[in-house]
Design a protein around this ligand. Structure first.
Ligand SMILES: C[S@@+](CC[C@H](N)C(=O)[O-])C[C@H]1O[C@@H](n2cnc3c(N)ncnc32)[C@H](O)[C@@H]1O
Length: 239
């Protein structure tokens, strides 16, 4: 990572800390009252749940930024980059910081019922704070039918976004086909997700992408524990 990314980027996998806090409180109470389990057992379980919360906080506050810094380190400077399902712009902004001459487009529906409009406004604030707003374009659109011409982008990224497509395999397939369509020949694709990473790899191979690989990203991608971790799918479009 070139420098610390400023701004507010929301949280992913909120269920992990919520359940961990409830679980830890319950096991501390069980340990205190010695109901159900031996006291030491209850305290050990509560301790593990607290460690899980600490790892989740690390990933959210710092790890996911470090992780994307490393993911992008292997990519040559793009002219045009696209972040699919960009939300508040974490990866879009990280990309523009890392590549100071690149232009970046963020695509999202920004349709969340709870935060309608908030994420998009936050993205603009974040990009402004990080000094990259002049190179940032926002595009409202669906990743399964992207409003871009074929072969537009040298780099396409997506972070914890494709699994969100209506929770549907056909939708995810369409999103991957679209990503390949709008990538320039020889261009780079970097997808990080918690779910369906093997499915993305297989589908990109079926679609004719090359250098398709998956990779674990270590503790910086753990949303609490190694069983709920983000992984990378990298690929290139055939020249
Ligand atoms: C979990 S958020 C991740 C946001 C961002 N990539 C990040 O890492 O902070 C998933 C994002 O995907 C977007 N999204 C879901 N379905 C979409 C679709 N069909 N087309 C475009 N964006 C979509 C959501 O609006 C949301 O902003």
């Amino acid at each position: 990572m070139s420098r610390r990314v400023l701004g507010s980027y929301g949280v992913d996998a909120l269920i992990v800390p919520v359940l961990s806090i409830i679980g830890a409180a319950a096991f501390i109470a069980l340990g205190y009252t010695e109901v159900g389990f031996p006291r030491n057992f209850s305290y050990v379980v509560a301790g593990l749940l607290l460690v899980q919360i600490a790892i989740y906080v690390h990933t959210t506050v710092r790890g996911r930024f470090l992780l994307w810094g490393k993911v992008l380190a292997g990519v040559p400077e793009p002219e045009e980059s696209l972040d699919v399902g960009c939300g508040r712009g974490m990866v879009l902004i990280e990309t523009l910081i890392q590549f100071p001459t690149a232009a970046g487009v963020g695509l999202d529906l920004w349709r969340s019922r709870t935060a309608k409009g908030v994420a998009r406004r936050t993205l603009v604030e974040n990009a402004t704070q990080n000094g990259v707003i002049a190179r940032t374009t926002l595009q409202v659109g669906d990743m399964t039918a992207m409003p871009f011409a074929d072969e537009t982008f040298d780099l396409v990224t997506a972070n914890i976004a494709i699994h969100d497509v209506d929770h549907d395999e056909a939708g995810r397939r369409e999103a991957l086909a679209e990503i390949l369509r709008i990538t320039r020949p020889g261009g780079y694709i970097r997808i990080v997700d918690i779910h369906y990473v093997g499915e993305y790899r297989d589908q990109l191979q079926v679609l004719g992408a090359r250098e398709v690989k998956t990779k674990s990203l270590g503790i910086n991608g753990w949303y609490g524990n190694p069983f709920y971790a983000s992984r990378l799918v990298s690929a290139r479009k055939l020249k």
